[in-house]
Write a protein that binds this ligand. Structure first.
Ligand code: ZN
Length: 149
């Protein structure tokens, strides 16, 4: 499995779900719960912004350059709208993952013959808070199996 060097869920409690991957819908709910838990911890003072607003400079640059606005205010600083960034990991891609600069490039990566793993990350370009919102495989055989729309 590819490593995710940006560790979007570094803050807060680690999820004990590394053996079995839950179904996508359930995973999304779990990520959302983890997100809310971190936000809650910051509000209650159990975590500080320094603990959770530690986005890698590379991730912040991607957020500013190619991020898609989510329309949601950052729950931590409440001063900026968060953006969604996707990182793709796989063979012949950089070890730190590839952050496609356009929807077209992202689609090309998802349709590769080699399997890839995509990470959707929510990032606040204002304070550097970041959170994994979704993780899913693409490319390879899974693209062929689920590629119909
Ligand atoms: Zn923020």
């Amino acid at each position: 499995m590819a490593t995710y060097s940006l560790s979007p869920v570094s803050a807060g409690r680690p999820k004990a779900s590394d053996t079995t991957e839950p179904p996508d819908g359930q995973a999304r709910v779990e990520y959302r719960l983890a997100r809310n838990a971190v936000v809650e911890d910051v509000r209650r003072g159990r975590l500080t912004r320094v603990d959770v607003c530690d986005a890698h400079p590379e991730l912040l640059r991607a957020a500013r350059n190619v991020g898609t606005a989510t329309g949601e205010d950052c729950p931590i600083c409440e001063e900026a709208v968060t953006v969604a960034v996707t990182y793709v990991f796989g063979a012949r891609l950089p070890p730190g993952g590839r952050c496609p600069g356009s929807a077209r490039e992202l689609n090309q990566l998802r349709r590769r013959d080699e399997p890839v793993l995509c990470y959707d990350v929510e990032v606040c370009p204002g304070c550097g808070w970041h959170h994994l919102t979704r993780k899913y495989p693409a490319g390879g055989r899974s693209a062929r199996a689920t590629g119909r729309r």
